[in-house]
Design a protein. Sequence first.
Length: 324
Amino acid sequence: MAANSTSAAPVIWLLTDNKPGHRNQLKGLGNRLRVKAGASLFWVNALDTPTPLWRALLAIPPALDRSLPHPNLIIAAGTGTHKLLLSLRLKNAKTLVIMKPGFPRSWVDGAMIPAHDGLAPNRDTLITEGVINTVTPLARITEKPEALLLLGGPSPHYDWDDDVVFGQVTHLIGEYPQWRWTISGSRRTPGALRERLNELAGLKITVADPDKTHEDWLSHSISASRAIWVTPDSMSMVCEAATSGVPTGLFQLPERSGSRVASGVQQLVEAGHVARWSDHATVMGGKTGQEKPLWEADRAAQWVIQRWLTPGTEKQKRSKRVIP
């Protein structure tokens, strides 16, 4: 099948292992490429196509759905997609990996890696602040006193304590009695804490069941909020809240030494994208010091377009290449 012309709408394959966080990053980047470049997106589930190591090393692709159009770009997120991605390297399409890969970056055409992974940028690597997500910055933040609380659970990055988290939740509610509150745990939230949260439900407090919320629940809840509070154990939740532009604060949990995620969250605090627990009055007052939302999906999409989806880009690169 012939490759698409660079003047036509680009065809992009999104290789997924179906883990929610990885799929969210692919969806966020893919959505922006569709908006900005008119890209056609095709999801490929790597779990449906087991790829032996030898195929990855020799760049020999396995049999795939014949109805898939030839791609201009193949993007993968998640370790479970890496062997399939590497097997597709000689398909006359550019290959891009999201997050730090377990193989040399030079094996693919490009990489998008969060700053907290500590890798140095190079010509083929975009370093992102936090992780790419599907949230779009809000054009206008509601003036209604409504707050959203997003709670994670035990993780390798912070010392989790149900009592500490619950105490901070009830402290906020007690300090701001005129506000309406929406509280959601996650699949990692301990059952005992979820039960305690359910007991808070009342006229001004809604407790969502994370097992029953629909796919767009988070984006709808964010858009209805004037303040968001997030436990820092989930980098994706922190980045989703920060991307919205809604004033965002972090519940306070002790960091574990050496955690790259904790370091990344701290970088977001220092950049003014999110606030510490001690700054709760600032968050609830609608002032965070954030000059512009953290919209990494849009920045990443622009980087991809300039490098690979703009007519003549490859020709220009070849003409600039210096032969040693």
